[in-house]
Design a protein around this ligand. Sequence first.
Ligand SMILES: [Zn+2]
Ligand SMILES: [Zn+2]
Length: 203
Amino acid sequence: MSVEFPEDLQEAIRFHGHVCPGLIMGYRAARAARDYLQVERPEDEELVAIAESDGCGVDAVQSLLSCTLGKGNLIYRDQGKQAYTLICRKKGRAVRVAARPGLFDRTPEQETAFQKVMGGTATEEETVVFRAFQRERLEWMLEAKTEDLFTLTEVSPEVPGKARIFKSVTCEYCGEPVMEPRARIRDGKVACLDCCENYSRGW
Ligand SMILES: [Zn+2]
Ligand SMILES: [Zn+2]
């Protein structure tokens, strides 16, 4: 290992389960957003993060910023972009950190190796070559200048509503409790989404 991982990154790696370029990008994004807004690791729901993809990087955001799905201060918007918005409620400020294009480009050979490794058909040698490439890339990402990785934009701190706690009702079909706003009525009885027929005309 030529690069020493800082403690907060090691924590993110433990949380995520492995180290990969995606995690490093999330790590760098979280740090960039935190530095920009000048906030420390948040108490409770002071910080809210919006993630625009559900790849590896979002785990670093959860680990570093303590913005988690369970606490309701991590919001997922399926935009398919490596971008995160961090909102600081206390300061009434927000920053969007978006990955620059080209950071994940691979040569055709690297792409072939990547596909094989992902598909589980790579030889040992191809796996070793690919791992070395990944390692080189993530070390570069770890040490690159923030402006080489991201564009940072101050955005309006549109703070989504705080996490709410709802009453539960019992589904009369399967007997499981379900939060009221998710419950439906089926044949005059309370039903959970699993027990409902889905009627939709595509709207
Ligand atoms: Zn990963
Ligand atoms: Zn049910």
